[in-house]
Design a protein around this ligand. Structure first.
Ligand code: HEC
Ligand code: HEC
Ligand code: HEC
Length: 399
């Protein structure tokens, strides 16, 4: 028996040796989140020089330890690259890993600030965002739950809305929602406009009714003027459709550029601490990136995450197979939006990281690993411009 295990081990060793260290190990990160083969060859003159630098970083735990001498020789092509089925299998499993796995928040091009018509609409949207008169009892605005002064959320376990009613779910951040392609924990809306309309009318959120809102806004002359300017083609512009459109235009300005992580991706390697880099490597290595990728760190898809008896995606599709499925949560500004998960049941980010590893990847992270991933996630924090966040003066009735 022992002999058999030994033979298998030997076989595995020989396979991985054949695979080549560079292909087998280094490409997990290099060319993705670390300098590419070409960049390394441009920078280092000899394999020895490269290996020394690599070892230095590995000693600081920025990279795992490998046989860097061998990898360096492969890189400089003193050892010919061999192919094997092991490499092939590994490569295909990873074929969906691309440079774009991590990506900068794209500068929003859908809104042009020098278009006066549109900027009026954004200004109107901002007023409406802070407008409690969209709610049934004139006390709740979008900002009550998606608070501009914090992380674009309320930091409550679950949202508290109309008549102090508790929602079943935690409030997600409103920042960067313009980049999403499905909305809410369960993807209950396909467009931003639709999501806004749902929340205005939802009985545990604002409980607004179109008739009441429209008649109130129509009684305020300043609103009548701004709606006309924002929707000049419309004979009767004050309606729920246009309210949602204006608010959505405003929401698309709440983007958080310039996080440390984005600076890193733009080429400033120094901006991340060693600990954050280790966390970033763990995030890729452990497989978080399989679901949390792209500029918003989400695949926009739904995955099983049973935590409670929330029906999840089932509430939208009515398909039994979708019970307990939720959208991969976007992770930008995650450090600001505790507590975590759709029911807000976990208060600390490092604990949420552990829960994820456990449930989604069947991995038990050490405290140190979870902490490092947390430190990495903290580099995703940034705020929308102050202009976008400052509370506007709201029109009043002339009386
Ligand atoms: C888990 C991810 C990961 C793996 C696997 C990995 N590296 Fe790295 N490596 C990095 C990161 C991130 C950096 C950039 C660190 C920095 O500049 O602070 C880096 C930097 C380097 C550098 C220094 C580059 C420079 O511009 O100074 C060398 C050399 C290097 N790696 C070689 C290797 C080799 C060879 C392997 C495979 C045996 C390897 N690395 C495997 C993540 C990784
Ligand atoms: C009572 C608190 C509350 C109020 C008021 C509220 N929301 Fe929300 N919002 C939530 C909750 C909770 C969710 C998650 C709903 C779900 O998935 O079931 C959410 C989800 C969203 C989303 C989707 C975010 C994402 O990550 O997909 C957007 C966009 C949004 N709200 C915009 C608004 C706007 C605009 C208003 C004002 C018209 C508003 N909300 C009012 C609590 C609130
Ligand atoms: C199989 C896909 C998948 C993988 C792999 C995965 N996640 Fe998630 N992640 C999700 C889903 C789905 C949610 C939403 C959970 C919910 O409904 O509460 C989520 C939520 C989160 C949240 C909470 C977000 C919030 O706003 O409350 C964090 C933090 C997080 N993931 C981090 C990670 C980390 C770190 C890893 C790796 C250890 C990881 N995830 C691996 C799919 C995944």
């Amino acid at each position: 028996m022992r002999h058999l295990i030994f033979t298998v081990l030997l076989f595995l060793l020989s396979v991985s040796a054949k695979a080549g260290v560079w292909q087998d190990k280094c490409v997990d990160c290099h060319g993705l989140i670390a300098p590419s083969k070409k960049q390394l060859l441009d920078k280092f003159k000899t394999p020895g020089e490269l290996a020394v630098k690599a070892k230095e970083l590995a000693d600081k735990k920025i990279m795992p330890q490998f046989d860097f001498e061998l990898a360096a020789k492969e890189l400089f092509n003193t050892v010919p690259e061999k192919n094997s089925s092991a490499v092939f299998l590994k490569k295909t499993a990873k074929s969906d890993l691309k440079r774009s796995d991590f990506s900068l928040l794209p500068s929003s091009s859908s809104i042009s600030v020098d278009n006066p018509q549109i900027s009026t609409k954004i200004a109107l949207g901002k007023m409406l965002y802070f407008e409690t008169r969209l709610s049934k009892n004139n006390t709740i605005s979008c900002n009550t739950c998606h608070n501009m002064a914090s992380g674009g959320d309320d930091n409550h376990q679950v949202a508290i809305g109309y008549g102090w009613r508790k929602d079943i779910r935690n409030t997600p951040t409103i920042f960067n929602v313009g980049y999403l392609n499905t909305f809410g924990w369960t993807g209950k809306a396909k467009t931003l406009e639709e999501m806004v309309k749902i929340n205005i009318q939802d009985s545990v959120k604002m409980n607004g009714s179109e008739d009441q809102i429209v008649s109130q806004l129509k009684s305020i002359p300043e609103y009548v003027v701004i709606f006309r300017k924002s929707f000049p083609e419309d004979g009767d512009p004050i309606n729920l459709e246009n309210i949602a459109e204006a608010i959505s235009s405003y929401l698309k300005t709440l983007n958080t550029f310039g996080s440390k992580f984005d600076k890193f991706l733009s080429g400033n390697m120094e901006v991340l601490s060693d600990e954050a880099k280790m966390g970033m490597n763990l995030f890729t290595e452990k497989g978080c990136i399989r679901c949390h990728y792209g500029a918003m760190f989400t695949d926009g898809k739904f995955h099983k995450f049973s935590l409670d008896n929330d029906p999840g995606r089932f509430e939208v599709t009515r398909n039994k197979r979708d019970k307990g499925f939720f959208r991969t949560a976007p992770l930008r500004n995650i450090a600001l939006t505790a507590p975590y998960f759709h029911n807000g049941s976990v208060s600390r980010l490092d604990l949420a990281v552990k829960v994820m590893a456990n449930r989604m990847l069947n991995e038990k992270l050490t405290d140190v690993e979870a902490w490092r991933i947390k430190v990495f996630l903290e580099t995703l924090t940034a705020f929308p411009s102050v202009d976008a966040r400052v509370v506007p003066v709201l029109p009043q009735k002339d009386d």
